[in-house]
Every structure is written in structure tokens, then in C-alpha cells.
Design a protein around this ligand. Structure first.
Ligand code: ADP
Ligand code: MG
Length: 252
């Protein structure tokens, strides 16, 4: 699905967290939102998911105003995985993922819903964990459970706030590869991410936020040292190695 964000602004009381943000993403895109802590990344995802109500501007999904989409319909279109989700519940992995089917279930889950969950657990290599309670899993396993729950919604748009922040590099690669695969399958994937090397490697688009404004956006050509230096207030060297972009901070 095509998402168009037109000149949106958002304030938490006096604090203007987003100022005049515009960008577009389309089916098959994987967008990395990057920027310093406090630059507005999480706030932007929450505005896109309508958890927060924008003060100005508009967001369109396939040319339709986001504000005109019913909550029930929105939960079938868009799934969101927040930054600080921690599994505190004693629910099993299976039941947690089944919660993602809620937009499609009236009454009891159907055989199709149960089958759908089983297939997702298989795809995300969680079938052996199906009956474990989620709070007993490692961070990497929990992240995969949350992704599975989001996919159970059969979303066309997937928003993830720092999906690899707490993972080791093996699991980071696994999650990033999965997300890229999902975007190739037609899901519009939008993530916030601190690891700019991972962002440059896996995401075909980037949106650089600085103090609530878009400083630069576009394809991988935005990963030049001048942009990164301004974005993070550090000095860097951008090295191209094989097909990778490698951003290395210089000594201060
Ligand atoms: P990021 O995700 O890029 O670290 P956030 O979107 O969380 O940034 O925050 C952007 C700005 O909004 C920051 O200045 C932050 O302190 C402020 N902010 C975030 N959440 C709230 C809130 N619930 N109430 C007030 N201010 C907030
Ligand atoms: Mg954040």
C-alpha cells in the first residue's frame, strides 16, 4: 500500500515533537526512520498508527485519508510493534499470536485462524515454543512472537519501533532478512532503527529526522558523511565495502 504523509505536525502539550513532516512510501518499500534519541521517530510511528492524533497535515493510505478509515479496518491494514513491549503476560506463544487474529474473529476462532497461527509459528521458527509462556522466552524469541502476532493481522503495512534494538547480531540479521522478505511479498515495512549500517544494508529508503523535522530522505544516496555528521553531531567516514555501506565514527 502507498502511504503519503503530507506536512504533518504533532505536539505533546507545549513540546512540538514533529514539524512539517512529509514523505511517501509504496508497496515493496522498506523505510528506515533514523535520527538521534528524542528526534521524534516513535512519535511519528504512533501518528501513523493513529495512537496519537496529528495537529496539522494529513496522512493518506492508497489516496484515502487515514482519518476516514474505521478502527476495525485499520487493524486489518496496519500492524504496529512498539519499542518497549515487554512480555509480562503468562500467555502462551500460541495464544499471543492468536490475539493478532482479533480483527477477523467474531466469537470463537475458526479452524482457519488456528491454522493461520500454526503456519506463522512455523515460518518464524517458533513451533517448538508454541506452548511456552511468552515471559520465559529470550528477547530474540519474544521479538519473533510479536512479529508473528503482527503478521496474524494480515497487515499491508507493518510499523516496527526499533525491532532489533535488543538483539545479538545473529538475531538482528534474521529479523532484518525476514522484514525484507515481507516487503518483497508486498507489505510496506517501516522501521525505526539506530544501527545505520543495518538500515543502509536492508532498507531501500531512509528518512532522517533531526529535532522533529525531516532533514533528508530518499534512497541509499542519503547515506553520505555530511548527512550522517549533521544528523548525529559526530564525524564519520562512509566506506563502501562490496555492496555494503559502512559508517564508521572517527575518533573525537
Ligand atoms: P525518538 O523515538 O526519536 O527517541 P520520541 O518520538 O520518543 O523520539 O520523542 C520525541 C520528543 O517527544 C522527545 O523530546 C520526547 O521527550 C518527547 N516525548 C515523547 N513522548 C512523550 C510524552 N508521552 N509526553 C511528552 N513528551 C514526549
Ligand atoms: Mg523511540
Amino acid at each position: 500500500m502507498r502511504i503519503k504523509v503530507n506536512h504533518i505536525s504533532f505536539s505533546y502539550n507545549e513540546l512540538q515533537a514533529l514539524k512539517d513532516i512529509s514523505f511517501e512510501v509504496d508497496t515493496g518499500d522498506m523505510l528506515a526512520i533514523i535520527g538521534q534519541n528524542g528526534s521524534g521517530k516513535s512519535t511519528l510511528l504512533k501518528c501513523m498508527n493513529r495512537i496519537l492524533k496529528i495537529n496539522q497535515g494529513s496522512i493518506e493510505i492508497n489516496e484515502r485519508p487515514l482519518s476516514a478509515i474505521s478502527p476495525a479496518k485499520l487493524s486489518q491494514i496496519m500492524a504496529y510493534i512498539p519499542q518497549t513491549e515487554e512480555a509480562r503476560t503468562g500467555l502462551t506463544v500460541f495464544d499471543t499470536v492468536l490475539l493478532g487474529r482479533k480483527p477477523y474473529i467474531s466469537g470463537k476462532p475458526s479452524a482457519h485462524d488456528l491454522e493461520f497461527v500454526s503456519e506463522l509459528l512455523f515460518r518464524l521458527e517458533l513451533e517448538e515454543e508454541a506452548m511456552r509462556t511468552i515471559n520465559t522466552l529470550s528477547g530474540g524469541q519474544q521479538q519473533r512472537v510479536f512479529i508473528a502476532r503482527a503478521l496474524a493481522q494480515q497487515p499491508s503495512i507493518l510499523l516496527l519501533d526499533e525491532p532489533i534494538a535488543n538483539l545479538d547480531i545473529y538475531h538482528q540479521m534474521k529479523v532484518m532478512k525476514l522484514l525484507r522478505q515481507l516487503s518483497a511479498e508486498g507489505i510496506t515495512v517501516i522501521i525505526t532503527i539506530h544501527d545505520i549500517n543495518m538500515a543502509a544494508r536492508f532498507c531501500n529508503k531512509a528518512l532522517m529526522l533531526k529535532q522533529g523535522t525531516v532533514f533528508a530522505s530518499g534512497d541509499q544516496s542519503v547515506y553520505v558523511s555530511a548527512n550522517i555528521e549533521y544528523l548525529y553531531d559526530i564525524e564519520v567516514e562512509v566506506v563502501r565495502y562490496k555492496d555494503n555501506i559502512c559508517i564508521m565514527p572517527k575518533n573525537l
